[in-house]
Write a protein that binds this ligand. Structure first.
Ligand SMILES: CC(=O)N[C@H]1[C@@H](OP(=O)(O)OP(=O)(O)OC[C@H]2O[C@@H](n3ccc(=O)[nH]c3=O)[C@H](O)[C@@H]2O)O[C@H](CO)[C@@H](O)[C@@H]1O
Ligand SMILES: C=C(OP(=O)(O)O)C(=O)O
Length: 416
């Protein structure tokens, strides 16, 4: 199994090109199920989760052509199966995103029910309730969500804000008969990116990016071309790495306007940030100041950046309070950071982090994607050697992370 070997303490300096966002690419790939025409996608990140989605779609009969780098042509003209099997869903929860589009276009879909994962129980009850509100008949049988029926527009207010729930219902509503209004909708930039693609495909959508999205169903959608939005979490991860290492980096092919809460916290920690069209530069000249963090839905501070900021706080000057409000079990990195010398006390959804002068390298492993990223950052600022095990988590969501970090001076290599 692959591992990363990192020697800490090298300065970070240089430029990193940011990839397309995992969390936009996954729903957008699934949106191909809404039309018999071809979708042409660019800036698709090279990630294990993208490959899993490709397999899932191909298993349903969708034709996927790729240059195996960043461009995809996807055509769902002949579908041979309306089933998303357990074998794939168990490796990637986002597989649930085929449910809405498949049901909307074909009147039937069966998707293995994703279980919980390392960060929480993560039910999909709101996806199901929303589709039921649109007239779907749904049963849970043998571990599968089995849905059928022709969808009709409806007003649906979800009990909580859900990102993939909003995406599933948004895609389903594009082909429903009549108007759908999604209230308490998520506002993440990845939802806006999906809505922009759907509009290019002929969907009638307004209000995306706000908490009320209105969709007027159409008979059919057509092909389109789209470039996936930049990955704000990958960008944030590299900026935090540079802040922790007291370096200077420029992230290219990215956007500052969708990273507001993260950039504000970096400035509060003492970083100097500049941004322009398509780039963000960070310069950190001194040890970071501890910053309190509370995760919340967009546009507030993202849960997907909590672990990385915990590493920064672990070596910062002062004590911080970090509160995770989205997922009930997203502190799995705490004991691993503790093995590197961090002083963190976690209780319930709060962690108190007392900054220490330095971390020391160790063999560590993580149980989820962003926790793994926090350990990579810790390894880069720790004394000596760190081995990060189980990096298949990282490969789900970071494209060539070791090459990108080595390119700005980190001593990091993949051991297989
Ligand atoms: C592929 C993708 O885009 N993943 C992102 C998406 O995950 P995901 O879409 O799975 O996260 P949600 O926004 O749905 O989850 C938010 C909260 O709502 C709960 N919930 C959600 C749906 C539901 O039907 N019932 C329910 O109780 C969840 O358990 C969680 O506590 O948003 C998360 C929150 O920003 C991010 O961390 C993930 O990176
Ligand atoms: C939690 C994440 O992803 P997923 O929803 O795919 O598990 C993430 O990207 O940090």
């Amino acid at each position: 199994m692959d591992k990363l070997r990192i020697i800490g303490g090298t300065p970070l300096n240089g430029e990193i090109t940011i990839s397309g966002a995992k969390n936009a690419a996954l729903p957008i790939l699934c949106a191909s199920l809404l039309t018999a025409d071809t979708l042409r996608l660019t800036n698709v990140p090279q990630l294990a989760d993208v490959k899993t989605t490709q397999k899932l779609l191909q298993g349903m009969g969708v034709r996927v052509m790729t240059d195996n780098v960043h461009e995809y042509e996807i055509t769902a003209s002949h579908i041979s199966s309306l089933v998303a099997p357990y074998e794939l869903v168990k490796t990637m929860r986002a597989s649930i995103l085929v449910l809405g589009p498949t049901l909307a276009r074909f009147g039937e879909a069966q998707v293995s029910l994703p279980g919980g994962c390392a960060i929480g129980a993560r039910p999909v009850d709101q996806h199901i309730k929303g589709l039921q509100a649109m007239g779907a008949e749904i049963v849970i049988e043998h571990g599968y969500v089995k849905a059928k029926g022709r969808l009709k527009g409806a007003r649906f207010r979800s009990d909580m804000i859900t990102v993939t729930g909003t995406e599933n219902l948004l895609m389903a509503a594009t082909l429903a008969e009549g108007t759908t209004i999604l209230e308490n909708a998520a506002r993440e930039p990845e939802i806006v990116d999906l809505a922009e693609l759907l509009i290019k495909m002929g969907a009638k959508i307004s209000g995306h990016g706000t908490d009320t999205i209105t969709i007027e169903g159409v008979e059919s959608l057509h092909g389109a071309e789209h470039a996936i939005v930049a990955d704000r979490i990958e960008t944030g991860t590299f900026l935090v790495a540079a802040a922790a290492a007291q370096g200077r980096i420029v992230c290219r092919n990215t956007r500052a306007d969708i990273l507001g809460a993260v950039l504000d916290k970096l400035v509060e920690a003492g970083a100097h940030i500049e941004a322009g069209d398509g780039w963000i530069a960070l310069d950190m000249k001194q040890r970071a100041k501890a910053v309190d963090i509370r995760t919340l839905e967009y546009p507030a501070f993202p849960t997907d950046m909590q672990a990385q900021f915990m590493t920064l706080n672990a070596i910062a000057n002062g004590t911080s309070v970090m509160t995770e409000t989205i997922f009930e079990n997203r502190f799995m990195h705490v004991p691993e950071l503790g093995r590197m010398g961090a002083q963190i006390k976690a209780e319930g959804n709060t962690a108190i982090v007392t900054g220490v002068d330095r971390l020391s390298g160790a063999t560590v492993m993580a149980t989820d994607l962003r926790a793994s990223a926090s350990l990579v950052i810790a390894g880069m600022v720790a004394e000596g050697e760190t081995i990060v095990d189980r990096i298949y988590h990282l490969d789900r969501g970071y494209e060539h992370i070791e090459a990108k970090l080595a390119g700005v001076g980190a001593q990091i290599e993949r051991l297989s």
